[in-house]
Design a protein around this ligand. Sequence first.
Ligand code: BG6
Ligand code: MG
Length: 212
Amino acid sequence: MLETMKGAIFDLDGVIVDTAKYHYLAWRSLANRLGFEFTERDNERLKGVSRMESLQILLEVGGVEADEAERQQMADMKNKEYVGYISRLEPSEILPGAKEYLQQLRRQGVKIALGSASKNAAFILERLGIATLFDAVIDGTKVSKAKPDPEVFLAASAALGLAPADCVVFEDAAAGVEAGKAAGCGAIGIGSPDILSAADWVIGGLDELVRE
Ligand code: BG6
Ligand code: MG
């Protein structure tokens, strides 16, 4: 599959950069302000999920009711704290092998896209100094349907000018693997085979794909 792919589409959080911990810290602060605990286990359910859907899950965990205006205010509060963390993001927080693998693919002539639910994606790529490695960036500002809907990966393959079947998606979230398969792409899971069983193949990290 990797030998024949013409396009590689990468999720951002948890695949390219270790931002999941900052999402967690910011969501946990919000939960604490609302008067309940939010564990790392609860946080697993938010991976790959859009900001507003993440908030919905968090409010369910805490048994908190909120109207539309209150939700918007809560999401803004969380994002403000999160942006505070990612404003201090260092290139050292790029996950092992990620940058090297992107460079390797470029040398091989494989087209590269980002396919992320995050509205902060462009800012993060700039901050990490890797924006120029991507031929296309499809993020939360460009799509309306959240993973596991295939929209983000269909848009990413189209932006590369390729058929989905010629693209491989790299994902750390179950919803992302599902979205990649639904788009008709190959899917490589990054993380635990138990959680990512729908993937064609599961690896521990992109460093496993880097050739010396
Ligand atoms: C995804 C993360 O990449 O982006 C989710 O896995 C996050 O945890 C989502 O909620 C939206 O991110 P943002 O930056 O737009 O709040
Ligand atoms: Mg992810």
